[in-house]
Design a protein around this ligand. Structure first.
Ligand code: SAM
Length: 208
């Protein structure tokens, strides 16, 4: 029987940016988002950074945490010795919860729109927990690849419930067929353990 991921979390019902921003505004009150991530055993930050460590051997590499939220991926990156990290997200309420000293630059950015970052600006782009219901669409990968250097890395999760429905399966095939990247790792990760929601975890080397 197919797993009913669509009904696992209330936020999975939202479709517009306005609804999402309002949801995050409430979710960040009294640090509830961060607390829920601990209670739900949200493992994506640890899982992605563990995979990244196998390939990004230089701790000084320039990293963008795209959809950084409250900084959980940045915190994990810092623990592993990476220090040159920028963070972007479209929810100011989430950005406001980022601890000091994690990111060099923090910016409010909508990843579904063309980015104003320079081409080939980053060695690594992380995008964790943002390819999910009503959030960031597959087309955003084009811009994330544009701003990543040739030979650089992009590491991201895709919620299992939307992988095919939103066309991430076809987007990944398209990028591979067009030789824009080489997929190095692709597997089903634990993601949100206590809610029984998994995600595809992908790490690709940019070959454009
Ligand atoms: C589940 S949270 C994950 C945050 C963080 N990466 C983590 O792992 O804890 C998803 C994040 O995506 C952000 N987001 C959703 N749509 C976005 C968009 N169009 N542009 C930028 N950020 C977006 C939300 O504001 C939220 O912070």
């Amino acid at each position: 029987m197919k797993k009913d991921v669509d009904n696992k979390l209330d936020i999975y019902k939202l479709t517009t940016s306005e609804e999402l921003l309002k949801y995050y505004q409430d979710w960040t009150k009294k640090n509830k988002y961060n607390q829920d991530m601990v209670n739900w055993k949200y493992t994506a930050p640890q899982e992605t950074v563990l995979v990244l460590k196998k390939y990004a051997l230089n701790n000084k590499c320039k990293i963008l945490d795209a959809g950084c939220g409250t900084g959980l991926v940045g915190i994990e990156l810092k623990k592993c010795g990476y220090s040159n990290i920028d963070g972007v997200d479209f929810s100011q309420n989430m950005l406001d919860l980022i601890p000091q000293g994690i990111y060099k630059k923090i910016e409010k950015v909508d990843l579904n729109k063309p980015l104003k970052f320079k081409t080939n600006m980053y060695d690594v782009v992380m995008c964790v927990g943002t390819f999910t219901y009503g959030h960031v669409k597959p087309q955003a990968l084009d811009e994330l690849i544009r701003i990543t250097k040739n030979g650089g890395l992009i590491c991201f999760t895709i919620n299992e419930g939307i992988y095919e429905e939103y066309g991430f399966d076809n987007k990944i095939k398209e990028l591979t067929n067009n030789k824009l990247w080489n997929v190095k790792e692709f597997f089903k990760s634990d993601y949100i353990v206590n809610k029984d929601v998994n995600a595809w975890l992908c790490l690709s080397e940019i070959t454009k």
